[in-house]
Design a protein around this ligand. Structure first.
Ligand code: ADP
Length: 589
């Protein structure tokens, strides 16, 4: 059925309908023309005969009959009525009665008379007018023309039956039927072929449109003609290429956004209007510690105690981003919610941006702790300076021995503060990258040896033995000699400080791959495992009181770490409580 609905078949049907539209009028016209020519001849015969017929006034029916009969009418064809399809009947005009009739009507005379009385031509002749109007009439299924001729006191009523020309019309109809048949067949063939020139490009375009809908752009359509179909093909090709470009643009935009989402450190979760998750990026999964997240918005809000529902965000039209802070898996997470809308500004869903602010929070805490530490470290010496000075002012200065003792304490506390301030300044310079590095080539081995010499007395005071081993040929390194010395001295000082009397300190210098390595091992008090990772933090001390007693600020190792790292090296510590500590410094050659 679809086949017959196709454009191709419709075109064929139009052709055939056109054939029929032409053939039917032609056949009707032909029929009319044939009838007319027969009628005209019939009429002419009668009128010519009437002119040639000199009828004497007062002629009787007998005279008329005689004139019309074969003997009376020398010219046999007076009205040319001697044919089996022609009849004539004579009426008396004054009495309107039929005087003679044709054999044809003998059987059905009453009916015939009634028909004659109803003939407009007869009525016209009766009124003295010509009865020569062309009327095709019917009686008992037979068609005929009639003619009523007024002659003297009589009316001669002629009839001409269509049987005379019916054969010709039938012949014509046969011809027309044959022609129509040929025309329909030709229309079928020509219409089919012609319509193909229209439908093939359309089918091509249709196929291509279908391919495009499936996302396949493929080849460009061939423009076969310079007509509307050609224009359509061109327009279609243009549309397809534009569509392709737009799609490429959209997909590149999409992949850009996907890449951004994938590599963002912030977590992104998109929920649709029903609250279902439609997108979640890897960072969000890491933050939430989940591989797959299959929950809706309100479950998500409940699970992480966000105390916010999808309806709150969408229906209350929270235009500015709503912010929540929560702890998830020991991390401090800040979550921002924002709605996204369609073209009509109608909310389509919610986007949650998850920001891990743990580090920020940590830094903030560290900053606060640092300020607290600094104030605390400053307050201790200041308090003791203040109290000794007050005691001196209260009169203690009079006893010179006490005065000297107190002043010595004040001096050493002032030194301690100076050290602290010096260390803080150095750290601040390192933090702000304002350190002036005096880079030079120097021998690391020599630096270590000199440092040991500098601290020899200190060690001997504690009855400690320092052994050093230089392993292999150690190349020179490049760096700030004074700062590296500061590091080495700090490590050695710590080793002496935190090793009891009679302990042993071993120093190794070696080259491992592209690094020179310094290892300082002591047999001291060691560092508890839990503190080991924190000794490089600022102000971190395992035993605060003890360190302070020994004059430490708690900043030495943190400064050492900054210096070593600024040289591209590393500093690490290993220790066993009660057995000893080993600090390792690696510096690139
Ligand atoms: P301090 O000025 O207190 O020595 P440091 O930054 O140099 O500060 O060291 C930090 C902390 O590390 C010390 O307070 C101490 O507890 C610990 N520490 C450092 N070196 C050693 C060591 N060799 N043996 C034991 N503990 C050590």
């Amino acid at each position: 059925m679809r086949f017959f609905k196709s454009l191709q078949w419709r075109l064929v049907f139009i052709f055939i309908a056109m054939d029929i539209c032409v053939i039917i009028p032609i056949s009707l016209l032909l029929k009319f023309q044939v009838e007319t020519s027969y009628y005209e001849a019939f009429k002419e015969d009668i009128e010519r005969g009437s002119q040639a017929w000199n009828i004497k006034p007062g002629s009787s029916l007998h005279d008329i009959m005689y004139d019309l009969s074969l003997e009376g009418n020398k010219n046999v064809y007076l009205f040319n009525i001697y044919s089996k399809n022609k009849t004539y009947t004579i009426y008396d005009k004054s009495t309107n009665t039929m005087m003679s009739t044709d054999k044809r009507f003998e059987m059905n005379q009453d009916k015939f008379e009634l028909e004659v009385l109803n003939s407009s031509n007869f009525v016209s002749a009766l009124a003295g007018n010509p009865g020569n109007r062309r009327n095709m009439m019917r009686s008992d299924g037979e068609a005929f023309f009639d003619y009523a001729l007024l002659k003297g006191d009589f009316i001669i009523y002629f009839r001409y039956y269509s049987d005379d020309w019916a054969g010709i019309i039938e012949e014509f109809n046969n011809i027309i039927l044959n022609v129509a048949f040929i025309a329909v067949i030709a229309s079928l063939i020509i219409g089919y072929i012609l319509s193909k020139t229209i439908t093939i490009p359309i089918a091509d375009i249709m196929q291509k449109a279908r391919a495009i809908a499936e996302g396949e752009f493929g080849r460009v359509l061939e423009v076969r003609s310079d007509d509307e179909i050609g224009d359509l093909t061109k327009t279609f090709n243009y549309m397809s290429s534009e569509l392709k470009n737009t799609l490429i643009e959209i997909s590149s935009e999409k992949s850009k956004i996907e890449t951004i989402l994938k590599n963002m450190t912030d977590g992104i979760i998109a929920f649709n209007i029903k609250g279902e998750i439609i997108h979640i990026n890897p960072a969000a999964k890491v933050i939430l510690g989940e591989n797959e997240l299959s929950m809706n918005f309100n479950e998500f809000s409940d699970k992480y105690g966000l105390n916010i529902s999808l309806e709150d965000i969408i229906y209350l039209q929270i235009s500015t981003a709503e912010e929540k802070s929560v702890f998830i898996n020991d991390k401090y997470i800040r979550i921002y919610f924002a709605t996204f809308t369609d073209d009509n500004k109608k909310a389509e869903g919610v986007i949650a941006v998850l920001q891990d602010v743990t580090e920020m929070q940590k830094l903030d805490n560290m900053r606060k702790e640092f300020v607290a530490n600094v104030s605390h470290e400053m307050r201790t010496p200041l308090t003791s300076i203040k109290s000794y000075a007050e005691t001196l002012l209260d009169g203690a200065y009079k006893d010179s021995e006490t005065a000297v003792k107190f002043l010595t304490v004040i001096n050493s506390e002032a030194d301690r503060m100076t050290r602290l301030v010096k260390d803080l300044l150095q750290l601040s310079r390192l933090d702000n990258h304002q350190m002036q590095w005096n880079m030079q080539q120097f021998s690391f081995t020599e630096l270590v040896r000199n440092s040991i010499v500098k601290l020899q007395i200190e060690a001997e005071n504690k009855n400690q033995k320092i052994e050093s081993y230089i392993m292999g040929d150690i190349p020179e390194i490049k760096g700030d000699r004074d700062r590296i010395e500061q590091v080495v001295l700090n490590i050695l000082t710590n080793a002496i400080k935190y090793t009891p009397e009679g302990g042993k300190i071993t120093v190794y210098v070696s080259r491992i791959f592209n690094d020179v390595t310094l290892k300082v091992a002591d047999t001291g008090i060691g560092i508890p495992r839990k503190d080991l990772s924190r000794i490089f933090e600022r102000f971190y001390r395992v035993d605060k009181a003890r360190s302070r007693e020994m004059g430490g600020t708690g900043l030495g190792l943190s400064i050492a770490k900054e210096i070593v790292e600024a040289h591209g090296g590393t500093i690490t510590a290993e220790s066993e409580l009660g057995k000893g500590t080993e600090i390792t410094v690696k510096l690139p050659i």
